[in-house]
Write a protein that binds this ligand. Sequence first.
Ligand code: ADP
Ligand code: MG
Length: 811
Amino acid sequence: MVKQTIQIFARVKPTVRKQQQGIYSIDEDEKLTPNLEIILPRDLADGFVNNKRESYKFKFQKIFDQGASQETIFENIAKPVAESVLAGYNGTIFAYGQTGSGKTFTITGGAERYSDRGIIPRTLSYIFEQLQKDSSTIHTTHISYLEIYNECGYDLLDPRHEASSLEDLPKVTILEDPDQNIHLKNLSLHQAATEEEALNLLFLGDTNRMIAETPMNQASTRSHCIFTIHLSSKEPGSATVRHAKLHLVDLAGSERVAKTGVGGQLLTEAKYINLSLHYLEQVIIALSEKHRAHIPYRNSMMTSVLRDSLGGNCMTTMIATLSLEKRNIDESISTCRFAQRVALIKNEAVLNEEIDPRLMIIRLQKEIQELKDELAIFTGEQRTEALSDAELLQLEKLITSFLDDQDPESRLEVGTDMRKIHHCFHHLKKLLNDKKIHGKSTVSCEIKDQDCQEPLKEEEYKKLRDILQQRDNEINILVNMLKKEKKKAQDALHLSSMDRSECRHSQSLPFPPGNPEGLRTLPSSAPKQIQDVSTFGYRSSLLHRKTGMREEMSLGRQEAFEIFKRDHADSVTIEDNKQILKQRFSEAKALGESINETRSKIGRLKEEITQRHMQQVALGVSENIAMPSMPDLLEEKLRSQLEEEKRRYKTMFTHLKALKVEIEHLQLLMDKAKMKLQKEFEAWWTEEATSLQVNSPAVNSLSHVKPFPQTPEFQQETSQPLFNKSNVNARKILPSPSPIPHSQEHNSTSASLESSVPERPASSVPLTGDSQTDSDILAFIKARQSILQKKCTSSAPSVWIMRKVRPREPT
Ligand code: ADP
Ligand code: MG
């Protein structure tokens, strides 16, 4: 049993502007516990002059200032917890702090760079690496991902996300067994055999969460998310199984309702959060008070789920995330105060071992049989009738597999029946005699062979050959995947340059469903590939349903999407990541080639060594002298070269594996960013279509056209009166060639604007009769108008435009 108080750490988020930074200092004496001092300037507006400043000091296990990297956070905070989980103890890491202070960044990671990976992906990577190293134990890993929102639990990995909206899914509920153990009903557990599979689950959960979120339901700041890694391990042959759970928790924002200052729906939510964090606080207060008999875990779902993590069988760590800007000082102080109370809680972690009843039964059955057999020997119970043919055949099969078994400990189990024992001896004798007759010549041959091979024993040689074969296969798979990726990248390039109409037939979506860059790369085994494909298929269809996206995009919609995409703030990140990805692919390719070269070199060296050795032996035989006792210098040299090449091979292989993980991660990040983009586009599109229907007679009036909800810089632009904007940069919104035949197209003068905007009601626009296509056409026209409008603001006479196309202030 390990007794430990909850470990508390502080992490300060980088402030964007230095002048907004509050005053704080970190006092880190090697011998003492580090101190965070926050200085609160006395408010001079209180009416009296007071130069004294109030200072608050808080102790933490360690404090990470603004510059701390994700790697440092993982090494110092998460790695020790992951290690104890691997040793069989439960662990929890939770991030607490106000919205925007960096909880999600710390727990899951940033959405842009690979180096921004947070605690979850790094911990998964570490755990799988350790499990792979330990081949003496059988491990299984499962993942679950729970979201608690307004006191209801949702399974973020429920496959039914595809078919239903969040509200229609069965809620995760808590069940308590007579031993007061908590069980979560409707929370699915997914086995993950590799880091890749676990990462896919993480991204799937995050995507489900993102898709369920709407502006009315900003779940990410108001809900708690618990990502759990369940580990079980067992020694082969043992009936004892070890279970350990690691909860990685991203709590809701800890800000108070008063500050939220909102009404209606949002207030209800804020109250809930407060309520749920309030209950967490109550549990923590109760736990930190000595001799408190009752701990109110049951008051909220979150405290029930995290019951073990708080004062129970768990090693728990809290990260207080702080945004120390002046306006956030109050919240930061309350976060630190909360942490100080948490630090008083003592947990008692025990090894969670249990006996697997099935294995126990098998073991007991065997023991009973053995005892019965022994008893039969003692009681002298004999059987006289002859063994049947089937029994004889069965015995011979047993003998063959016994002889084939390489394990020196293996036994030939025939019980105590003397007839069977005799038959076995008889059969073995026969086999031995047969072998003597047939095998005399071969045996001597083998002995000679073995002599020749002495330095590189046959067994060792075989082992090396097998390893080489395995590596060969791995490399072939990797190289194939790289080829496929490259081809896909080329195809994508080709496609984008293709005529739009062709594009329409070959590609129904701006991003093909699921994974636009192709299937997952570099899977290490075929069955996994299938799993990956299904995950992504699932993900894409999920997106379709959730975003209301249709398989076939009309031309107008496609065009609008292209522009939307180009102007979106995230497109820079997507482009950047695409570039990095390309770079990584070529790195991986080059590495794959070097690995291949090294492999052939190893093969050649081995061949040379064998030949050299044979020459030496032949020399000895011909000159009738024994093997020279002096080591052969050339052979030694070859051997050291071989070792060197093997080392190189291993290093490169490890590097290639790391590259593979990075490529995987980058692709997932991009998938996520693209889904977000598409989702935002769909929302914008729907909104436009709705407003179009409402205002249909005025489709020619530009007064209600809402600009794309794009980069903040553009929003700023449009919120200013247009006559001030004669220098607006129009590059971003240049219209692309129109798929709809327009008589007058995109001239940048105001006159041509007038003619490009249909001066007639929407009903007189040539429509197809299909309502969906029609609304697409109308929406396209509107999008086009909004583009032209933006374009014209940059060059047209401002007063005219003011009258004609001034947009509404953005909502
Ligand atoms: P929370 O989950 O607490 O509401 P987030 O993790 O979403 O906050 O962080 C808010 C923003 O600040 C995000 O854009 C995030 O990328 C950024 N951020 C937070 N912490 C850091 C950090 N340590 N370094 C860089 N950016 C950060
Ligand atoms: Mg967050």
